[in-house]
Design a protein around this ligand. Structure first.
Ligand code: HPA
Ligand code: ZN
Length: 337
């Protein structure tokens, strides 16, 4: 079973590149860039990872990313993630990045995107891992700042497939960014938004994300299960939900395996993702294994979750189809063996 999960072709649609920054790399970059750290070893950094909800996680996440300064730093961050993903047989990724986490520290938009895009090209060529980038806005910053960053991205629209919304949801509902997302859509970008688990007004926020913002996908979105009509609408629209099981054990105190199973039974297109794997100490295979070993999900359910991810990705239909065929061929060969 374990080997079957490891080698299964995978697609990751919810991973924050800044959330893939490993403690060893934090250390290396702090030394190189002359950033002072409070910790004296990578293990001490891990030992300080003390989070039990979204705000406590975000405080540590933003502290970590301060060491990222040069184009090469963003390249190395991104390329190392792709290497790690490749080891889990992740074939296609739509990674997030948080430009405002860096421009607010004086790093230019070009420094960030040039490093990331160069790594994407190398990963496609050398590792065979294909990707398309999603730019996220920090929802605890202003709508004006989000709009400024959308404008900054204008010369780079060929490098970005969509926009997302992350950071602290409390008092930062989706409609705060309605105008920004409307403009992004006008510019041909796909839309997704975080609807983190067990937030204030989770259900009505998800309803707004679906029916008012009219997103193309939902990040997390587990609380939609509390409203049958909302679930029906998500199914009717064929929307994908990017669930992050191990992340949920930290930020929402459950693996949400039962919720994922319920989504599958309702025909909702749930997917499995790592979110911030360096912080939650779990990459894609680890997330699938947790669902299998602790959550009791079956082989068929895991395959369906992987198939869903390729299906709700923003690739064109021919590319989707070729990945899904590869997944089906893998499953068939594994069953025959
Ligand atoms: N939710 C909100 N903000 C985030 C997350 C998340 O899962 N990961 C990184 N920033
Ligand atoms: Zn996330």
């Amino acid at each position: 079973m374990s080997e079957f999960i490891e080698k299964m072709p995978k697609c990751e649609l919810h991973v924050h590149l800044e959330g893939t920054l490993e403690p060893e790399h934090i250390f290396e970059l702090a030394q190189k860039n002359g950033v002072e750290l409070e910790y004296d070893s990578p293990q001490a950094v891990i030992d300080a990872y003390d989070f039990n909800d979204l705000p406590s996680f975000l405080a540590i996440y933003y502290a970590g990313m301060n060491v990222l300064q040069t184009e090469q730093d963003f390249y190395d961050l991104t390329y190392r993630y792709f290497e790690r993903a490749s080891a889990d047989n992740v074939r296609y990724v739509e990674p997030f990045f948080d430009p405002q986490g860096h421009t607010t520290r004086g790093v230019t938009f070009e420094t960030i995107i040039d490093g990331i895009v160069r790594a994407q090209k190398d990963a496609a060529e050398k590792l065979g891992v294909e990707s398309n980038l999603i730019m996220c806005f920090l929802r605890d910053m202003s709508a004006e700042s989000a709009m400024e960053h959308l404008e900054m991205a204008k010369p780079h629209l060929d490098k970005i497939i969509g926009v997302g919304l992350d950071s602290d949801e409390k008092d930062n509902p989706p409609l705060k960014f309605a105008e920004v997302f409307a403009k992004a859509r006008e510019w041909g970008l796909k839309l997704t938004m975080h609807c983190d688990v067990d937030q204030d007004n989770s259900v009505s926020n998800i309803r707004d994300v679906v029916t008012k913002i009219e997103v193309d996908r939902i990040d997390h979105g587990v609380n939609s299960l509390e409203d049958d009509a909302l679930c029906d609408e998500i199914v009717r629209r064929g929307l994908g939900l990017t669930v992050c099981p191990v992340s949920n054990t930290f930020c929402a105190s459950s693996l949400t395996a039962e919720e994922i199973r319920t989504m599958l039974q309702k025909g909702m297109r749930a997917t499995v993702n790592s979110d911030d794997p360096a912080y939650f100490r779990a990459y894609m295979t680890d997330n699938f294994k947790a669902l299998s070993e602790q959550g009791g999900l079956t082989d068929d359910e895991l395959v369906q979750l992987s198939r869903n991810a390729f299906t709700v990705s923003w690739l064109d239909d021919a590319r989707k189809q070729s990945y899904i065929e590869a997944l089906d061929a893998y499953v068939e060969a594994a069953r025959a063996a």
